[in-house]
Ligand binder design. Sequence first.
Ligand SMILES: Nc1ncnc2c1ncn2[C@@H]1O[C@H](COP(=O)(O)OP(=O)(O)OP(=O)(O)O)[C@@H](O)[C@H]1O
Ligand SMILES: [Mg+2]
Length: 262
Amino acid sequence: MTEALIRARGLSRTYPAPRRGFGRPERTTALDDVDLSVRAGSAVGIIGESGSGKSTLVRLLLGLDVPTAGTVEVDGRPVDARGSARSLHGLRRATGMVFQDPYASLDPRMNVGRIVGEPLWALGIEGDRRARVREVLEQVGLDADVTTRFPHEFSGGQRQRIALARAIVHRPRILVGDEPLSALDVTVRAQILRLLARLRTEQQLTLVLVSHDIGVVQNVCDEVVVMKDGRVVEQGPTEKVLLQPQAAYTRQLLASIPTLPG
Ligand SMILES: Nc1ncnc2c1ncn2[C@@H]1O[C@H](COP(=O)(O)OP(=O)(O)OP(=O)(O)O)[C@@H](O)[C@H]1O
Ligand SMILES: [Mg+2]
C-alpha cells in the first residue's frame, strides 16, 4: 500500500459564533471530525457548498490554523501550526498555497519580483533566484518583465497567476489551491491546467484543489472529496463520485451546478 503524503485524522475546528443576546458564547463548527488521506502524486478535488468547511480544511492541512481536535501529518511528520519557524521549515519547503482571495494574499507594498521570489529567499534556496522568478512568471503566462510592478497594477486574473507563480517557485511537492482558477478566463485557465498537468508528471506534484468548477475537478483530479456542514459526505475516484454519486447530497450538489460533467 502506498503511504499517504498528507494524512488528517479526526480534524475538527470550531470558531466563536457571533453572540446573540446573553448566555454562554456559542461556537460554530466549521470542520467536524474529518479524516483525509492524500497519496503522493495524486490530485484531490474538494467540492461542497459555500460554508461547508473547504477553506478551513486546507488551512489546517498546511499548518496555517490550529485544529480544535485531531491531527495532520505531512510526509509522516506531525504538522504543528504553533511550532517554531524552524520546525515549520520542512513543511513550508514541501508545500505551496494559492489562497482563495488573490487580492488579500499579495503584499501591496512589495513588487512582483519580491512577492514571487520571496519563498526562495525565505527558504534559503540556492541558485539563480532572479532567473527562476522570470521562468515561473512565464510559465503562468505573464511577461517576465512584470517584476518591477506592484499588485494593484494587475487584474484579478493576473493577480491569481502571480499568486500561483509564488506558490510553485520553490518547486514544492504539494500544491494546495483554494479556488486557484476562478478569476481566470477560459484561455488562461486552459494554459494553467496544462501547466499543472506538466508539473504533475515532471515533478510528481501532489495537488489538493478546492473548486466550485466541476469541469476543472473532472479535468484535473483523480479523487474527489464532497463536503457539507464541516463533514465529508462522500469521497472516491472522480469518475465514480461525479458520475455515480452515492450520497443524496452529492447528487443534489451536482444537479445545482450548471456545467454538468459529460
Ligand atoms: N475565522 C473565522 N471565524 C469565525 N467563523 C469562521 C471563520 N472561518 C470560517 N468560519 C466559519 O466556518 C464555516 C466554514 O467556512 P469555510 O471558509 O471553511 O467554508 P468554505 O467551504 O471554504 O466556503 P466558500 O465556498 O464560501 O469559500 C463557515 O460557517 C464560516 O462562517
Ligand atoms: Mg472557502
